[in-house]
Design a protein around this ligand. Sequence first.
Ligand code: AMP
Length: 538
Amino acid sequence: MENSLSLTGLSPDDNGKVIVCSAENMVGQDEATLLLNILFPPTIQHLLSPERDHHWCIPFTVTGNPKPVLHWYHENKLLEEQDYIRTMIHESTENEDHGCLQLVNPTHIHNGEYRLVAKNEFGRDEKTVLAQFIDPPNISHPGSFPVYVVVGIAGVALTGCVLMVIILKYGRNSKFGIKGSSSVISNDDDSASPLHHVSNGNNTPSSSEMGPDAVIIGMTKIPVIENPQYFRNSGSMLKSDTFVHHIKRHNIVLKRELGEGAFGKVFLAECYNLVPDQEKIHVAVKTLKEATESGRADFYREAELLTNLQHEHIVTFYGVCVESDPLIMVFEYMKHGDLNKFLRSHGPDAVLMADGQHSILVELTQSQMLHIAQQIAAGMVYLASQHFVHRDLATRNCLVGENLLVKIGDFGMSRDVYSTDYYRVGGHTMLPIRWMPPESIMYRRFTTESDVWSLGVVLWEIFTYGKQPWYQLSNNEVIECITQGRVLQRPRTCPKEVYDLMLGCWQREPYMRLNIKEIHSMLQSLAKASPVYLDILG
Ligand code: AMP
């Protein structure tokens, strides 16, 4: 019997929704699912005037399915993208890309009209914007340098000579000897606040410590490790008598896709007969993409591990369903999804992200940020008490529920959606280098102290409304930067006390870092000092 289902009135917003077809008769039941994939032509929602961040950025938002191909024209000439002028996509969902045409140190020759053309097989859209980066220079006649320029050059030359003499005379044995590399990155946006330097201990690894599998990036060797999330410092989490709860397949009804994670797709579902006093509850269901032998083994180990982690700030794990493919893990559903998206959608760029019709977005207050931070720290105190080293603490791995309840929600390492947050080494190992301390980058050393470093980065993410750490730098530059001892700048909205906490997390020597309990109680008292008005976020 062949039947069909007609759907009308669909819009791009329905993309990713799941259609479940269920058939039942007196001998049994079967069902199949289908994901909606609605194709539509590109629309350029916004193309805004250039903004100055660390570089210049012409922000845009484009929708379309399949993903439109983008071309830029400057003064009607096709723009060839290079390292210093290129399209950067900062946020990408199924239907929508938010990004920038990034220009590094543009001059007057880059002024003029910029046209963005977006095309896919269903159509095209274009928008233009005018850019004025720098005023053209005043051309003066040769030989007519103003007097103060000549005086300036002479002054610089003279100072240089005097400095040179001093260095030659005192440099060799002086306490004030000059180091080979500068500890400060030049930052044209805010030269008054250089990046902080944390003292550089002598930590050079011996070749035997490094092991055979290392790649060299810049001046740094990075060890390559397989599936690092399962090399815990302590085996105590994997108890041999762990009882993993099994849930029947027919008790799980998929509703819609929530996202894509380390194992595979994540769905919102209804789960029947899970908790005693409710017939059904909403749950988040994680499916295992490819059930290879080793994939299955990882799946079971993760399930055992999760069964043993129970805390009010760790997402609740309900159990597994392994009756048939795909293998499924069932978690508590956290209404507002991952913390990184949540921060971005409650920050100054939220207007760009909102689609015009939905939600009036409210910017997070400092006390709400402290409340979020304090909860993650509480979760980390618990993990440390269990001798569990997370290795990948980041806002993308935390979840937000009702009333600004935040929990640590993910213990996997590699992710599709946030792939730019990870650095691929030696083929398939992905490392979240932007969250890692020097000793994890250089010697694959992951400890409770390296988690403290990442917690400092998480604080920075919270107070920047979800910016990517070192977003202005490439992965190689980030590695150079961290291993040389540079740390992230104080975010504009961050109180001094909180930045001091971050600096306490980013001490180069792990034993010098703040203790996780100290961090938690400091955040708790800061949060108490500025009470949270939760009702703002409803
Ligand atoms: P993950 O597998 O944890 O990387 O999940 C991928 C995405 O699915 C996340 O970024 C969230 O948006 C969403 N997600 C995962 N777990 C949950 C959950 N328990 N509740 C709500 N959304 C979730």
